[in-house]
Each structure stands twice: as structure tokens, then as C-alpha cells.
Design a protein around this ligand. Structure first.
Ligand SMILES: Cc1ncc(COP(=O)(O)O)c(C=O)c1O
Length: 384
């Protein structure tokens, strides 16, 4: 029989993709299902990529990235989270690759890992691709904000557990781990030798005062089993460039370089050049995006809560509202109906695991006008 490995055959196909495929070519549709910014990459960042190609930079780079980018990222991460040396940073082909590499580096088949859910589907499937056993700890919904049951997480992090995946701010809920909870989790993981994979993809889309979400990097030392993964996709409006990075303990960097060689060998050099400009000159882009998304969030969550049967918490971070619809048993079926009858594209909560059922995800990286039209379509569809 011609067949992929059992762990690959059992991967769950993306439900968002299933809907997306149904909506292809539909111009009358208002899509809010994909998690990407609605603006193209700023011109000055695009130009850096074009200049690099024009200069003939079309060759391989060092596995860990060009020194300029590793240094720029080290300075950036150090500014946000305290001193990190460039030799702890590896440049990757986007955040998803950073997560796969971190997992390949440390997860063996049969290892037990724990994830806080609901969660971005890619992050749920990566450990499964590697043959790990995945245990989940669900966040609890409250209109005041999603909550982590810390005792439940600590119980799940039993001795022998290899790693915990924490995405904070969390896609899809916007839940953000508190500093106090981080300290408790770090202490616990230190005691039991458990790795913390911190997916910091949305750390700069954080609406509290500081504008930077608490990161495990703030409190971990180089000797801690902590890996932070990150991406240019959201922070600098660069999803199509496929650029990201990892911060790892120095002791792992050489092995990580080998793994990158056998995965992608390196990120494209002209993409890395654009990355240097983004990291060193992109702070105004982040501030502008954050303000725009904050207004969109406040508007959307207010409007959603005004629809009978809908309950939404204000997300502390990300660009998503993850809201409950009373009486909705099958979120995928509901999304298909919204697509067909209301021309509205939302992501089903079940795409983020069974604990997301009963909810819908709305990406609010969109203009006021589109959000207003979308809310009206949802209001009419739910009333029907
Ligand atoms: C939680 C989370 N982590 C990581 C990523 C990685 O993004 P990319 O692969 O575009 O860098 C995403 C993208 O949606 C995400 O939602």
C-alpha cells in the first residue's frame, strides 16, 4: 500500500482551509477567517528586499542567518526582554518553521507534551507529526476574559513530561499569561526538567499599557529550558515573506544550525535583508498597527456583545475575537451556512481543537467599513 506514516495520515486537515477553498473566487464575500494583517508590507521594508535582489544577493547564507540580522534581532529582543546575545538567535523561514525546528530539536516519538488550548492548529499538529503524545489544558471562557486554571496546568505537567507549548497572547482567544503564572510555571518546569516552548508571535499585538506581552524570556536565564519562537508576519506586516526566529539556550545553537541545514539550509538572503530594516526601523509600523487594531478590537467586541446570543471577551492581545454563539453545536456547519447565506467568512472554533467548539473566530485586522458590514451580516444571519 502506498501511504504516508500513520501519524501523518491521522493529521486533522485544516477546517479554515476547507472553508477558504469553498469561498475561492467569491468576490461578494467578506472574509475574516485568515489570521493575517490587511495591509501590504510597508514600502521601505519591501525596498530593502528588492535592493538586495538587484544587488545580486541570491546565494545561500549561514544556516543561522546573516550576522546583521542576528545582531539586529539580539538588540531588539534585548531591548524588550533583557540581554540576549546574537549567538542565541537563529533566523528561520517563518514562525511555523521555528516551532517545527524547536520541536525537532527536543521531541522524540512517544514523548509527552502539554499544550494550553484552544490553540492555532499548526501548533497542535507539529508535535503529532513527530509522534509525540499531546495532552491539553483548556482555557476557561468568561466574558471578563479567558482564564487559565494554573493548578490544572501544573498537574498536567507531571514528571517525565518533555515540553509545554504556551502561545501567549493566544491565537485564537487573545488570552495572555500573567507574569505571576509565568513564574510559577517556570519554577515547576525547572524542578521537573520540562522544556517551555513559548510562542511569542503576538507579543507586539498586546493592548495593555506596555505594548509588549510578558515573555518567559523576561524571567528565564540562559541555563533554563526555555525556547522562544517568533515571526515577522504579524509584527511587521510580512506574512508572505516567511521570516521568523528562535531564541534558544546557547548550548543548543550548534545542533539547531545542523537541523536548519537539513530543513531549509537558510532563510532567503533578500528576505533577511528586508528583516534587518524591519527590525531596526519598523517601530513606527508597530505603533500604528497596534492603535488601528485596538480601535478595531474595541469596536468589534462591543458590536458582537450587542447581538443577542453572542458573548465575547475583550482579547488582551492578538488580532482575533473568539466569541460564543448560544446554541451553536457545530461551528464548522455554522461557518458554512454564514458563508453561503450571509457571505461572511469566519473561522470555526473547532478548528482550534475540541475545546474551541461553540465559538467562532473573527480576525479584526480590517477596515472599519468592512467590520461594520460584517457585523450587520452576522446580526441578520443569527436573527434568521
Ligand atoms: C500562534 C501562532 N504562532 C505562530 C504563527 C506563525 O506565523 P508564520 O508562520 O507566518 O511566521 C502564527 C500564524 O498565524 C500563529 O497564529
Amino acid at each position: 500500500m502506498l501511504a504516508a506514516r500513520p501519524s501523518i495520515r491521522s493529521l486533522t486537515p485544516s477546517k479554515i482551509r476547507e472553508l477558504f477553498n469553498e469561498g475561492i473566487g467569491r468576490e461578494d464575500l467578506l472574509p475574516f477567517w485568515v489570521g493575517e494583517p490587511d495591509e501590504p508590507t510597508p514600502q521601505f521594508i519591501r525596498k530593502a528586499g528588492l535592493d538586495s535582489i538587484a544587488a545580486g544577493e541570491t546565494f545561500y547564507t549561514h544556516n543561522l542567518g546573516i550576522p546583521e540580522l542576528r545582531e539586529a534581532l539580539a538588540a531588539y529582543v534585548s531591548r524588550l526582554h533583557g540581554p540576549i546575545a546574537p549567538d542565541r538567535i537563529a533566523v528561520t523561514s517563518a514562525g511555523v518553521s521555528a516551532l517545527m525546528l524547536a520541536s525537532q530539536l527536543l521531541i522524540d516519538p512517544g514523548d509527552r507534551v502539554v499544550e494550553v488550548v484552544p490553540l492555532w492548529p499548526n501548533l497542535q499538529e507539529i508535535p503529532r507529526i513527530l509522534g509525540a503524545q499531546v495532552a491539553t489544558v483548556p482555557l476557561r471562557f468568561a466574558t471578563a476574559g479567558w482564564q487559565l486554571d494554573l493548578e490544572r496546568l501544573l498537574d498536567a505537567l507531571s514528571p517525565g513530561t518533555r515540553a509545554v507549548y504556551i502561545n501567549s497572547p493566544n491565537n485564537p482567544t487573545g488570552w495572555t499569561i500573567t507574569r505571576a503564572a509565568q513564574r510559577t510555571v517556570l519554577e515547576h518546569c525547572r524542578r521537573h526538567g520540562i522544556w517551555i516552548f513559548a510562542d511569542d508571535a503576538y507579543e507586539r499585538l498586546y493592548f495593555e499599557d506596555s505594548g509588549v506581552a510578558p515573555s518567559f524570556l523576561d524571567i528565564a536565564g540562559e541555563g533554563d529550558r526555555v525556547i522562544s519562537t517568533n515571526t515577522f508576519s504579524k509584527t511587521w506586516l510580512m506574512p508572505g515573506w516567511r521570516l521568523g526566529w528562535l531564541v534558544v539556550p546557547g548550548a543548543l545553537i550548534e545542533d539547531l544550525g545542523k537541523l536548519i541545514e537539513f530543513n531549509t539550509s537558510c532563510a532567503p538572503v533578500f528576505v533577511q535583508r528586508a528583516g534587518v530594516v524591519a527590525v531596526t526601523q519598523g517601530e513606527p509600523v508597530i505603533q500604528r498597527t497596534l492603535e488601528r487594531f485596538r480601535r478595531a478590537r474595541d469596536y468589534l467586541v462591543g458590536e458582537l456583545n450587542a447581538i443577542p446570543g453572542v458573548e465575547a471577551a475583550l482579547p488582551a492581545g492578538t488580532m482575533y475575537a473568539f466569541f460564543r454563539v448560544a446554541g451553536m453545536g457545530d461551528s464548522l456547519a455554522c461557518c458554512k451556512r454564514l458563508l453561503r447565506e450571509a457571505k461572511l467568512g469566519l473561522a470555526p472554533g473547532s478548528a482550534f481543537g475540541p475545546d474551541g467548539e461553540g465559538f467562532l473566530r473573527w480576525c479584526f485586522a480590517a477596515s472599519d467599513e468592512r467590520l461594520t458590514q460584517g457585523v450587520e451580516r452576522l446580526r441578520l444571519a443569527l436573527a434568521a
